[in-house]
Structure formats: structure tokens, C-alpha cells
Design a protein around this ligand. Structure first.
Ligand SMILES: Nc1ncnc2c1ncn2[C@@H]1O[C@H](COP(=O)(O)OP(=O)(O)OP(=O)(O)O)[C@@H](O)[C@H]1O
Ligand SMILES: [Mg+2]
Length: 243
């Protein structure tokens, strides 16, 4: 799968320009880390990629065709974890995943196995029959990740997937994303730079609606002559703010 963004611009009602002029090419297999301060435009970019809304100007092409003509492909190939999502609190974990599988059009005969697969991947085995309202914040986040993984989508978009996860689960998910990225395109946003440090092929740093860095994490470290990615990222953002 190949996604091209050309001169993308998004201005919200009320006049806030969240993305200024974004041009990018993303191709599978890869894991792309999207980082940047609050309000940088990360979620807006992800919502545009998932056809949540249309850009003000510019275009998105998927495998060479405009996104508007590829909605069926997107629906069949996309797993999306929004930053804020509502779960059906009165459903059990299994019931919720069954409902999401139906929405995604997953064949009934494979649904049970598929639900078991994503429950195992997200370590929710002992919560299958628990009502969502009884889960902790981190467990709910894992249900959100589980629903995105249903049907083995070729394109995974995770908006801050590791928020609320304890250190052990965070490491487990880093490994899961790295493994899944071997044959998929994964775009994930995070504020925890270690989430993307080891596994991501490309780091995109957004600031005030513009791309201020795109490249490997290692190249950013070299460019900023910093010993760690965190320090290089901070140096980049400081330079940006003083500009
Ligand atoms: N629905 C909306 N209406 C108006 N302005 C919005 C809306 N959603 C986002 N914005 C504005 O657009 C800008 C980018 O927001 P966005 O949510 O994309 O940032 P972000 O990088 O995801 O931030 P965070 O790290 O806090 O999640 C911000 O200035 C925000 O105030
Ligand atoms: Mg966001």
C-alpha cells in the first residue's frame, strides 16, 4: 500500500489552521512514528488519512487513486484507534469485538478465531467476559487496540496507542507493532519517544501544522549531535520555537 499526501491543508471551522502544507509519501511495509507537541496536528493528519473528513485543499492518493475513490479499499484495509473513542460500556469485551467485527464486514465463520487472536495479542484473555465499564483505563485502551487489529488490516493508524499502558504492556505493544509492521503500513502517534525509537523506520515530527523533521530516528540523533533521541527531539523543538 502506498499513500501520497500532496500539499494538504486543513483549517477548522473557526479559522484554526491545523495543517499547513503537508506533502508526504508513505509506503508499506513500514512503521512510521508521528510525534510533536500538543496541538501540532497529529490527530488531524490521522483523521484525514482515515477519511474522517476532507482536507481544505490538497489531496490524498492511495495506491495512485484519490482517497475519495478508494473508500471501499480503505474500509477493507484500515484498522484505526482514535485518540478519543467511546466504547460500549455495557457490552463485554467479546461482545464489543464481535460488534466491531460485524461493522468491518469480517466473515462470520472466522469471527470467533479472529476475536481470540486479537484478545491474545492484547493480553485480555481473562477479561473476555468482563463488561467494558469494569475495566481499568489501560485495559480499555487495549480493547481499543484489539478492535483496530481485527481482520489483519494492511493499514493501521494508532493515535497515541500507548497512553495509559503500564511499562510492561508498553514494551509488549512496541514489540507487537514492530512485528506487525513487517508486512503492513503502521502510523502511530506518541509523546513517548521510546515507543518509536527502536522499531520505527521513519519519524515524522510535526510542529504547528508543519513537518519539521522526517527521517530515521538515528539520523535525527546525528543531526542534533545528541546522545539520545529524546534529547535530539527536544533540541529540534526548541530550535523550532525560537525560530
Ligand atoms: N474539531 C476542532 N475544531 C477546531 N479546532 C480544532 C479541532 N480539532 C483540533 N483543532 C485544533 O487544531 C490543532 C491541531 O489539533 P490536533 O488535535 O490535530 O493536535 P495533536 O497534534 O493531535 O495534539 P495532541 O498531542 O494534544 O493530541 C490544534 O490547534 C487544535 O486546537
Ligand atoms: Mg492528538
Amino acid at each position: 500500500m502506498k499513500i501520497e499526501l500532496k500539499n494538504l491543508k486543513k483549517t477548522y471551522k473557526g479559522g484554526k489552521t491545523a495543517l499547513k502544507d503537508i506533502s508526504l509519501m508513505l509506503a508499506s511495509p513500514s512503521l512510521i512514528g508521528l510525534v510533536g507537541p500538543n496541538g501540532a496536528g497529529k490527530s488531524t493528519l490521522m483523521k484525514l488519512l482515515t477519511a474522517n473528513f476532507l482536507p481544505g485543499s490538497g489531496e490524498i492518493r492511495i495506491d495512485g487513486l484519490p482517497l475519495t475513490q478508494q473508500e471501499h479499499l480503505l474500509k477493507a484495509s484500515l484498522g484505526y484507534l482514535p485518540q478519543e473513542f467511546g466504547l460500549f460500556e455495557d457490552l463485554t469485551v467479546t461482545q464489543f469485538l464481535d460488534y466491531m467485527a460485524a461493522l468491518k464486514g469480517i466473515e462470520r465463520k472466522v469471527v470467533k478465531d479472529e476475536i481470540n487472536r486479537v484478545i491474545t495479542l492484547t493480553h485480555l484473555q481473562d477479561k473476555r467476559k468482563a463488561k467494558i465499564r469494569t475495566l481499568s483505563g489501560g485495559q480499555k485502551q487495549r480493547v481499543g487496540i484489539a478492535q483496530a487489529l481485527l481482520g489483519e488490516p494492511k493499514l493501521l493508524i494508532f493515535d497515541e496507542p500507548t497512553v495509559g499502558l503500564d511499562p510492561a504492556e508498553r514494551v509488549a505493544f512496541r514489540n507487537l507493532f514492530a512485528e506487525a509492521a513487517k508486512n503492513k503500513l503502521i502510523i502511530l502517534s506518541t509523546h513517548i519517544i521510546e515507543d518509536v525509537q527502536s522499531a520505527c523506520d521513519h519519524l515524522i515530527v510535526l510542529s504547528r501544522g508543519e513537518i519539521c523533521y522526517i527521517g530515521t530516528p538515528d539520523a535525527l540523533i546525528e543531526q542534533k549531535s545528541s546522545p539520545s533521541l529524546e534529547a535530539a527531539y527536544m533540541a529540534l523543538m526548541e530550535g523550532r520555537d525560537n525560530a
